[in-house]
Design a binder for this molecule. Structure first.
Ligand SMILES: [Zn+2]
Length: 424
């Protein structure tokens, strides 16, 4: 026991966790024989400069810097805790099976929740194990009662902005998520639009530039780690905001394991900042109906997955999903932010994953004109369901036809093989 060997050490232990309040230099001797055998991710050179947080992370590879930089029109209060470090590094540690030691104090509430967070990640992502954390505990005093919304100009965050307009005081915009942190051109154009929205809705704008996505993608899939990255950026703002709204990607009918999730996001809450996962009650069509009722949203909506464009390319799955949704409710022509022409052949050729398919499946419960568009959606969904690769649509494309025959042969073989096994 650390307390027994250290004398003045106050420690607490649960099934998976040991929390130690003592200088980090004596930590390795306090962890006991089992923990000493395990590798530890080292966090050093933690700097809290005016508007910049950074630290050096060593995990057996080349040491790398993790940073968050903040800019905005008004002075900001930034956290004195190490909660942001824990949120940013937890998944990497779980993937590597490395314990984590942080010198900065972390929130007792977050500490209690970390066990559940880890159990959820462990159940969802193969190859991730529960790790131990050593850090001093200290509750941060709550800052001003302000509500921040993580805002990307997408369907989900625009919906949450319109829904909670009267409560939201700050829009938090991230440079390093949709747009790479080390490229300015696309983000600068994006920011012009975001500023227009912030001014129109009378919100304070906070811009966060960070390389946390680069760090996490070295170890884990962004589909699962982006929620922790969002939490990490918001946790730097403890003291500036008291609540952070994270807009939901899926409705309750569409939920699946995903980095930002209604059972996960609130668990990142601390004694001074609570997280709200918002919008799960609304399907895509419901959100688009709300957006269609606001001129600023229809002008500045950005659903695109293409970082080279600050607008909407009209060709990626997210653009097409949004265009079809607006078309279904009869408002695509009113949306100046999106291209207006949908080519059913492009929809038919979409290579959807399960998550993307749920949005298109939702559209099929509505009347869709022309019939060719409905057939194209149905065809893309059938391809996704049976693992068929989309065809090019060209009659004389021999390779595409051969690929399709191969896929069908494989599918038929799978069906009859499964039947045969069942009979046996
Ligand atoms: Zn696009």
């Amino acid at each position: 026991m650390a307390g027994a060997s250290g004398g003045t050490t106050a420690d607490r232990q649960t099934a998976h966790w040991r929390y130690v309040s003592q200088p980090l230099s004596t930590l390795s001797s306090s962890l006991g024989p089992v923990q000493r055998c395990q590798v530890m991710m080292r966090v050093s050179h933690v700097k809290r400069e005016k508007r910049r947080f950074s630290c050096i992370v060593e995990s057996g590879r080349e040491p790398s810097e993790l940073f968050f930089e903040f800019s905005g029109t008004e002075p900001l209060t930034l956290t004195k805790s190490g909660n942001w470090i824990v949120a940013a590094l937890l998944l990497s540690c779980m993937k590597l099976g490395q314990n984590l030691a942080v010198e900065q104090p972390i929130s007792p509430l977050l500490l209690r929740n970390l066990e559940t967070i880890q159990e959820i990640y462990k159940a969802w992502i193969p190859g991730h194990s529960v790790i131990q954390l050593a850090a001093p505990l200290q509750a941060q005093s709550p800052g001003r009662e302000r509500v921040g919304l993580l805002f990307s100009r997408g369907v989900d965050s625009f919906y949450s902005l319109l829904k909670h307009d009267s409560r939201i005081s700050d829009l938090i915009v991230l440079h390093g998520f949709e747009f790479p942190w080390d490229e300015d051109a696309g983000f600068r154009e994006h920011l012009i639009s975001v500023r227009s929205v912030a001014d129109a809705f009378n919100k304070r704008l906070i811009v966060v530039r960070t390389n946390v996505k680069d760090h996490l993608e070295q170890y884990t899939h962004w589909d699962f780690s982006h929620g922790a990255a969002l939490a990490s950026a918001a946790l730097c703002l403890e003291g500036s905001i008291s609540e952070c709204i994270v807009a939901s990607t899926c409705s309750y009918a569409q939920l699946h394991p995903w980095g930002s999730h209604p059972i996960l996001d609130p668990l990142w809450s601390t004694d001074s900042l609570r997280f709200l996962h918002d919008g799960t009650e609304a399907r895509r069509i419901d959100k688009l109906r709300v957006i269609a009722g606001n001129e600023w949203a229809m002008k500045h909506l950005r659903a695109c997955d293409n970082p080279s464009s600050s607008g909407n390319c009209g060709a990626c799955e997210k653009c097409l999903r949004t265009m079809v949704g607006l078309h279904v409710i009869g408002r695509l022509a009113d949306c100046s932010a999106m291209p207006h022409r949908i080519d059913p052949r492009v929809i038919r050729r979409l290579h959807l994953n399960e998550g993307e398919a749920t949005f298109f499946r939702e559209f099929l419960s509505y009347p869709i004109e022309p019939p060719a568009l409905r057939r194209a959606i149905w065809s893309a969904l059938r391809n996704q369901r049976y693992g068929l690769r989309p065809t090019s649509g060209r009659v004389f494309d021999i390779r595409s036809r051969a690929r399709r025959i191969k896929d069908w042969t494989r599918l038929i073989g799978r069906v009859f093989g499964a039947t045969g096994q069942h009979n046996i």
